[in-house]
Structures are given as structure tokens and as C-alpha cells.
Design a protein. Structure first.
Length: 340
């Protein structure tokens, strides 16, 4: 297989938090979306999520014709994917479930379509084990919430065709995402492993009594986290090297940093440490609900994305509102009038 169908219809399989975020993203980009989930309350929960997330999606930018009304739902998985051009799977992280589900999706989906999994840790080589057409299966792992955060990790399995990875990357980019291509499979992919490494040190510092939960969060979000929202760590070290840039940093500062790696310790995750973190987070939340905190997060992220779009030409295409849906014209901005 060397080419895939142009994407007009997207199927969402599994409508929990990640699936609902993906549905919101594709609807905001002007696609027809059909979702499926066997849970009896899934449709009601999904439509409620999309309604609540629409303002955040709109703040980033809507494609012409984008509407929650273009969302369809059926509990019948085979019906949902029967005419899908692109499938985004979001089932629970259980390997045996993923293998069985992908075999069924492979059987029910047009063979020219791409089937992507949002799996956060399971490799595609494992997931595609029972597929008859494994060459069109990929990992397309998003970050929460998918309708706001641009990053998508894309990696194929042992039997995935390079063209499928290429076409998935192109599709994600065309919808305003910022896909990165993982050249190798590994459990947890990449960004989650980075998050785990950072959080291990945060938890260690809390356990050692160096700071409390709120100050640990502030140490990240008001310090390196702000910089990481602008540039990645290696490029930031290039700036940290002064006039000599990254070469000077690697020659003079990196040896001391590398020497400190042996001093890093893993915390012992005890019940007491768990309770310390839970109580600290609840105190930090200060009575605000999950929905209130999520809305605050999404509003700030939308504002940050708008700033990045103005200052970073290498950012995700159309992230500040360019139209990317199947009915959009190239270069059309959300809210712009077509014609002279």
C-alpha cells in the first residue's frame, strides 16, 4: 500500500477523556466525526464534553463549517468505522484488549484508511499482532487535552509501512497538530518518559522535605516550565552557553551536569508519601473543581498558543486558527471572509 484515502470522515473509537478531546479537535477542524463507545452513557458524556470544550477550541481557531453538529454517534463499532478515512482509537490501556480491537478495526475499516492508536505506553508492534493489514496501523499518541495541546507522537510497528507513518504525520500536521516521528518503539514513547523522569525528582524532593507540593509545582511552572513552553531544553542550553552557544555549554557546563546524575535518587513511594502529595494537591486546588481548574488551564494554554503562533514560524501549521478541515481553503483563517 503506497497511498491512503483523503480524509473527510474521522472515526473516534472510545470516548473517554482522550477520545472526547480528539473528537472536539477534529470537529473544530471542520471534519465529520463519528464516535463509538459501548458504555451506555457514552454519547451523553461525549456531547457534554464537546459542548464544554468548544470555547477553548474556538479560542485556538475554528475551520469554516466547524460545528459540534457534525458529530455522529453509534454504539456499533463496525458501523462507526465502515466509511472512515482515518480512525483514532482510544480504548483502555490493556494489551489484550488493544490487540483484539485492532484486529476488529482492521477487518471493518476500508483498507486504504489509516488506523491510529492513542496508546500512551503500548507499542504498535504489540497492538498490530493480529491485523491482516498491519501496514496501515500507527501510534498517534496525543497529550491531554488533545483539542488544545498540539503534540502528537507518531511511531509505527514492526509491520507498519513507512507510507502510513508519513501520511499520518501529514494528516496530523494539516489539522494543526505538531507531530514528531519516533524512529524507534519503546514503552511509554518519549514525552511521557520525560514527564516521568521529571516527576520522579519532584516526588523525591517532596519526600526529602526540601519543599512542599505547592512549591514543587511552582518550581516547575514558574521556572523551567515557562521556558519549555517556548523552547526545548537543548535549544535553551544553546542560549545558556552565551556567545559560544551549545559548544561552550557542552564543553564547560555539561560535564558538571553529567557528574551530578549519580547524585539523583529515586523516591520510595510509601503510603505516607502518597498522602502527603494528595493533601498538598487538594490544598493547592483550594476548593476549585476539576472543571474549573481545567478551564483555567485551557484558557492559559490557548493564550500561549496564540503568542507562539505570532512569534514562532516553526510551530504547528494553523495553530492560531487556520482552516484545516476538508472543506477549508488553504490559508483561510478562522473567522475570515472568503472572496475579495
Amino acid at each position: 500500500m503506497t497511498s491512503h484515502r483523503p480524509v473527510h470522515r474521522v472515526a473516534i473509537v472510545g470516548t473517554g477523556t482522550i477520545g472526547a478531546g480528539w473528537a472536539t479537535h477534529y470537529l473544530a477542524r471542520g471534519f465529520d466525526v463519528t464516535a463509538t463507545d459501548p458504555a451506555p452513557t457514552a454519547e451523553k458524556a461525549l456531547r457534554s464534553y464537546v459542548a464544554g470544550a468548544w470555547d477553548a477550541a474556538a479560542a485556538i481557531g475554528l475551520a469554516p463549517g466547524a460545528s459540534p453538529d457534525r458529530l455522529g454517534f453509534t454504539p456499533d463499532m463496525r458501523q462507526a468505522v465502515a466509511d472512515a478515512d482515518f480512525v483514532q482509537e482510544n480504548a483502555p490501556e490493556r494489551p489484550e484488549l488493544k490487540v483484539r480491537l485492532f484486529a476488529d478495526l482492521d477487518d471493518a475499516t476500508p483498507p486504504e484508511s489509516i488506523i491510529a492508536s492513542s496508546s500512551s505506553g503500548i507499542t504498535m508492534s504489540a497492538i498490530q499482532a493480529d491485523c491482516r493489514h498491519p501496514e496501515r496501523t500507527v501510534i498517534g499518541h496525543p497529550f491531554n487535552p488533545p483539542h488544545v495541546i498540539p503534540l502528537v507522537e507518531v511511531v509505527g510497528g514492526a509491520r507498519t509501512a513507512p507510507e502510513a507513518v508519513r501520511d499520518a504525520m501529514a494528516f496530523y500536521a494539516a489539522t494543526g497538530k505538531h507531530p514528531i516521528h519516533l524512529r524507534k518503539e519503546l514503552p511509554g514513547h518519549v514525552a511521557n518518559r520525560i514527564q516521568v523522569a521529571l516527576y520522579r525528582e519532584v516526588v523525591y524532593l517532596i519526600q526529602e522535605g526540601v519543599l512542599d507540593v505547592a512549591d514543587a509545582d511552582d518550581a516547575v511552572s514558574w521556572g523551567p516550565g515557562l521556558r519549555w513552553g517556548v523552547m526545548g531544553p537543548s535549544l535553551l542550553w544553546h542560549l545558556g552557553g552565551g556567545e559560544g552557544g551549545i559548544r561552550h555549554f557542552m564543553d564547560t557546563l555539561m560535564p558538571r551536569m553529567a557528574a551530578s546524575w549519580d547524585q539523583l535518587r529515586a523516591p520510595e513511594f510509601t503510603p505516607a508519601l502518597r498522602d502527603t502529595i494528595v493533601s498538598g494537591v487538594l490544598e493547592e486546588a483550594d476548593g476549585h473543581s476539576i472543571d474549573e481548574l481545567s478551564a483555567r488551564r485551557d484558557a492559559m494554554l490557548a493564550a500561549l498558543l496564540a503568542v507562539r503562533a505570532r512569534h514562532d514560524p516553526s510551530g504547528p501549521p494553523d495553530e492560531a486558527g487556520a482552516a484545516t478541515g476538508p472543506d477549508a481553503k488553504a490559508g483561510t483563517k478562522a473567522g475570515a471572509k472568503e472572496g475579495p
